[in-house]
Design a binder for this molecule. Structure first.
Ligand code: ADP
Length: 253
């Protein structure tokens, strides 16, 4: 479904590549968690998949079509295939749950319709359906700024799903939540993933969550893949390799 060939990202003004030599294939139905220390390249990786960051080398293919250099309608069409959820939710606080979720349909609409905020009945029905799926039916008209963190992320997921994506991407979507709420969000994500037959790719801080829910774990270190295997094989040595600290100073004794 998604293939990356020799993908690399080098931010201008920096010495090292943020991602190097990434060769991966992701299939529909996989629930992939990306692990790695802060600065390992996880966010850059997810941003490459949804087109927010252009690789400086290599290619990404979606269903065998290159998507690295798309523009205009072709870019919008590819973005619609990929729902995205964020660590800080990226919602509009003063708008209601329903209004926030409807912004997820913008990729399907003309900018004029977006500007005047006119939605068709089927768009409203679809938005209400995904809100109900997230257990938020009682809150459709509530302003997002009055919701808890877990509720906000459920709005974020509903907004990603309303565009009927085939791929769900998450950039540390539970890092701002307490452990119980984070687990609950993963239960929801896994349930949706299975019901809709998605490809899900999520950066996560918490190794236990990745091991509990992922079908495949990929660990990055200094922009390179150092582990790509089943969660049960992410044990002591892989953990140590992924999270060990590089010495910051050399001491002379
Ligand atoms: P992670 O998500 O694992 O914390 P990132 O993908 O955010 O890692 O960052 C990978 C590397 O790229 C880091 O060294 C970071 O400082 C650098 N980096 C990220 N974004 C930029 C940017 N916009 N400009 C320059 N360097 C960046």
């Amino acid at each position: 479904m998604i293939d990356m060939k020799n993908m690399a990202v080098h931010y201008s003004g920096t010495e090292l590549e943020a991602l190097s030599n990434i060769n991966l294939s992701f299939k529909q139905g996989e629930f992939i968690c990306i692990l790695g220390k802060s600065g390992a390249g996880k966010s850059t990786f997810i941003r490459c998949l949804n087109g927010l960051q252009k690789p400086t080398k290599g290619e990404i293919h979606l269903d065998s079509h290159p998507i690295t250099n798309l523009k205009g309608e072709a870019l919008r069409k590819t973005r619609r295939e990929m729902g995205m959820i964020f660590q800080h939710f990226n919602l509009i606080p003063r708008l209601s749950v329903l209004q926030n979720v409807l912004t997820g349909t913008f990729g399907y609409r003309s900018s004029f319709k977006n500007m005047i905020g006119w939605f068709k009945a089927d768009e409203l029905d679809q938005a209400k359906r995904v809100i109900a799926d997230m257990g938020l039916s009682q809150m459709v008209d509530r302003k997002v700024e009055n919701l808890s963190g877990g509720q906000k992320q459920r709005v974020g997921i509903a907004r990603a799903l309303v565009q009927k994506p085939r791929v769900l991407l998450g950039d540390e979507p539970v890092s701002s939540l307490d452990p119980g709420t984070a687990n609950h969000i993963f239960v929801l994500l896994k349930e949706i993933h299975e019901r809709l037959g998605l490809l899900t790719v999520i950066n996560v801080h918490d190794v236990e969550l990745a091991k509990r829910y992922a079908t495949r774990i990929i660990a990055l270190k200094n922009g390179e893949i150092i582990f790509d295997d089943k969660p049960e094989n992410f044990t002591g040595e892989a953990y140590h390799n992924t999270y060990e600290s590089k010495p910051q100073h050399s001491f002379s004794t």
